[in-house]
Design a protein. Structure first.
Length: 309
């Protein structure tokens, strides 16, 4: 029921993938062992306040990409038989390396049987001209999109969470990607410190104006080892309730153009990493609350959007 409501009211990624690839498509998360320039060794800034020590990695950094993909494909084959897989360079900052090294990694992934395209997650301030040219060339050979962290379209919030770049930096990366013909998915977190639902609505308006291809959103989570864990334990901040997130996410979606592809509506943090809010461990419950908020407030993606593309 909730899935049907969301499928009717939101432009979800899954049907788009099925149409584009002619069947089931699964992303296989990879850790190329590149690390993050925003931590010690890079800017030395210590990373973003919400980011735990392992970033979004799964601890397999350093293993050959082909082996990681083979293991992911074998695991999937045990459950279901996807038509295709996308190699998802997910962990940390997947463009932080010399361009020759990146080219080798991405080409290794595309050479694996069953891999139909690339998804590359990175920071907007970590793509130099040589990397833009590499990506532009690759996306002529295979489907590719870039996941870029924005988190909030408010510079004050970005400073508060130690992002190390501003909104203008993200905008410039989107503009450069458009020149190169590369699709961009914006990462956004709802409920960041100091933000209320009106701030996330303004972030949605910003993304609507920019015309990004996709968005990925989830609520703020306090994860083991992240800098925010200390602030949360000291009582310096509180997380939104599930109902607040659900309504804010519904209004966020309503302010986006209907054409924007929604890649994620809730996170899957894993119970051993999540400190708060406890409701975030129940992804189905979060999606049900979102569907209920959309129905109750008569919202659907695009219904409050001011932009026409
Ligand atoms: S969120 Fe990304 S940019 Fe920020 S510290 Fe984590 S890996 Fe680095």
């Amino acid at each position: 029921m909730d899935g049907r409501v969301l499928a009717q009211r939101v432009n979800l990624l899954r049907p788009w993938l099925q149409g584009r690839f002619g069947g089931e498509v699964v992303k296989i998360g990879l850790d190329a062992g590149l690390g993050c320039p925003h931590r010690a060794g890079g800017t030395g800034a210590g990373g973003c306040a919400f980011c735990p020590p392992h970033g979004s990695g799964r601890g397999q950094g350093g293993e050959p990409i082909a082996e990681q993909l083979a293991r992911g494909l074998a695991r999937l084959a045990g459950h279901r038989r996807p038509a295709k897989a996308l190699a998802y360079f997910q962990a940390y900052t997947s463009t932080w390396a010399p361009v020759s090294h990146l080219a080798a990694l991405y080409r290794q992934a595309l050479a694996v049987d069953g891999v139909a395209g690339l998804v590359i997650a990175t920071r907007p301030d970590c793509i130099d001209e040589a990397v833009w040219e590499l990506l532009a060339g690759l996306q002529q050979r295979a489907p590719l999109w870039l996941e870029l962290g924005l988190q909030s379209a408010h510079d004050r919030t970005l400073r508060a969470i130690g992002r190390g770049h501003d909104v203008a930096c993200f905008d410039a990366a989107v503009s450069r990607a458009r020149q190169a013909g590369i699709k961009v998915v914006a990462h956004v977190i709802l409920g960041l410190p100091g933000e209320e639902p009106r701030h996330t609505e303004a972030t949605a308006d910003h993304l609507a104006r920019l015309g990004v291809w996709g968005v990925k959103l989830h609520n703020l989570m306090i994860l083991q080892g992240a800098p925010l864990a200390r602030r949360h334990a000291a009582g310096e901040m509180v997380c939104w309730s599930r109902e607040t997130y659900a309504l804010a996410a519904a209004r966020f979606l309503a302010r986006l153009p209907r054409s924007t592809l929604v890649h994620r509506l809730a996170a899957d943090p894993g119970p051993d990493r999540l400190l708060a809010p406890d409701w975030a461990a129940d992804k189905d419950g979060v999606l049900a609350a979102l569907a209920a908020a959309m129905v109750q407030h008569d919202l659907e993606q695009g219904s409050l959007c001011q932009i026409s593309h």
